[in-house]
Write a protein that binds this ligand. Structure first.
Ligand code: SAH
Ligand code: SF4
Ligand code: F3S
Length: 439
């Protein structure tokens, strides 16, 4: 039997991209390729890029640059670059100039056409560069090759209309559009019947699902999905605080399949900065939303995203962020140093903060977040929690999986329990990680 041709996909960025890499893998499988872990053994290498911060972008450039040598040794190899980086205005042309050996450059808007581009590239010598078309369509008919059993991701919206002043996403993902609820529901039903145990609904701002269409609201969608038969967990991300509603808090409270864990990015604890960020809520509004959530779901874990060093952020603004973090008592948080993105409103603002100051602030913030995380973890000692086992770590010889609040637990066991819900008694914690034994 002839050996199948192989592909390797390198993914940067968020969960949205991770899932889109599964869609790319699906297309490659349809073309008869099979996955391989080593780039130097692959016939097709795809980079699915991110440009949310400068370092994400540089990382991708570094790796595409390193591939030149491999391409010289194996001229038949096809290199494709897609994702948010290529979708930035003028970036596809720049990339082509910088890396002329890249065969295919595609964007987020036309990802579903990659299969056609690969077929075309096999026929023609010149590169295929296409990032422009199809903005705004909601493509259906993906056949993702899912790689994260027992977890599965399902898109509910694409794009973003919020234009937070620091953020590049609306420019590289286009305007917000929602998938039809009946298609989402049937996709989830099928995944559950296939044995997937954790479904995560994806959108840049899931709370505005259905906006501008005659479809149902996000809480209604969530409730319908939570009523699907079978044992599974339901998560969603990301929630924008401005659209987080009491109705949503009620739906979480009333439906045990929905994880008691909400990611509610606040970005800053200062009203001045929130205004300059165009976040459309104040600290008071945000705290009110948290109170509503806790009123209905008292044990709900809340996580967040925080940015330090936004233009003109003063010491007082930063202190306000530290205070808010303490007040909300987040169970964990992603912390970022502001990164100037060309084309965004904030990039043109005066008073960009010097790197030394941002560095000092991020260290202080990370210390605070870590201490809260440790406190949240210490509560677990001696408790038994239900873990959905996600995999086996061969090096450490332990299984691992998360509880409904999103905490990762590691435990020893002598039978394969991947994809099963198991009870684990926690006897040790380290940072965000829990360690225990199956009971
Ligand atoms: N749509 C989601 C998340 C988008 S990006 C939301 O609105 O919450 C994930 C996180 O990256 C953001 O929440 C923000 O904290 C961070 N981020 C976005 N742009 C950034 C920038 N220019 N510099 C630093 N962090 C940024
Ligand atoms: Fe970016 Fe704001 Fe949209 Fe999130 S809501 S993707 S931070 S513009
Ligand atoms: Fe995600 Fe990065 Fe794009 S965070 S939406 S892959 S810019």
């Amino acid at each position: 039997m002839m050996n199948k041709k192989k592909y390797n996909i390198v993914t940067y960025g968020c969960q949205m991209n991770v899932h889109e890499s599964e869609k790319i893998a699906g297309m490659l499988c349809e073309l008869g390729f099979e996955n391989c872990d080593k780039m130097d053994e692959a016939d097709v290498v795809v980079f699915n890029t991110c440009c949310i911060r400068e370092n994400a972008e540089n990382h991708a450039y570094g790796n595409i640059g390193m591939l030149k040598k491999l391409k010289m040794q194996n001229r038949g190899m096809i290199i494709a670059v897609g994702g948010c980086l290529t979708q930035q205005m003028g970036k596809a042309e720049n990339l082509h100039e910088k890396f002329p050996y890249v065969d295919i450059i595609f964007g987020t808007h036309n990802l579903h056409k990659l299969k056609g581009y690969l077929i075309l590239k096999q026929k023609q010598k010149k590169p295929v560069i296409s990032v422009e078309d199809d903005e705004g369509i909601v493509f259906e008919g993906d056949k993702p090759y899912r790689t994260s059993y027992p977890n599965a991701w399902v898109n509910i919206t694409y794009g973003c209309n919020n234009f937070c002043s620091y953020c590049i996403v609306p420019y590289v993902r286009g305007r917000e559009r929602s998938r039809k609820s009946d298609l989402i529901i049937s996709e989830v039903k099928e995944l559950v019947s296939q044995g997937y145990k954790e479904i995560t609904l994806l959108g840049q701002n899931v709370n505005s699902y259905g906006n501008g269409t005659d479809d149902i609201s996000f809480p209604q969608l969530l409730e319908k999905i939570a009523k699907i038969e079978g044992k599974f967990r339901l998560r969603f991300m990301t929630s924008h605080p401005k659209d987080f509603s009491e109705e949503l808090a009620k739906v979480i409270a009333e439906n045990p399949k929905i994880c008691r864990c909400v990611h509610l990015p606040v970005q800053s604890g200062s009203d001045n900065i929130l205004k300059a960020m165009n976040r459309k809520y104040t600290v008071e509004d945000y705290l009110n939303k948290i109170s509503i959530l806790k009123k209905y779901v008292p044990d709900c874990a809340v996580t967040t995203d925080l940015i330090v060093g936004f233009p003109a952020e003063s010491e007082e603004d930063f202190e306000a962020t530290l205070n808010l973090v303490k007040k909300v008592n987040y169970s964990s948080a992603f912390t970022f140093v502001y990164s100037k993105r060309d084309g965004t409103v904030a990039a043109k603002m005066d008073n960009q903060i010097p790197e030394e100051i941002s560095k000092k602030r991020i260290i202080e913030l990370v210390d605070l977040v870590n201490s809260l995380t440790r406190e949240h973890s210490s509560v677990y000692i001696g408790k038994t929690v239900e873990i959905l086992c996600e995999g086996f770590d061969e090096k450490k010889n332990v299984y691992f999986g998360r509880d409904e609040f999103g905490r990762m637990a590691y435990f020893g066991f002598n039978e394969n329990v991947v994809g099963e819900f198991v009870n684990v008694k926690i006897n040790r914690v380290n940072g965000v990680s829990l360690f225990g034994e199956r009971v």
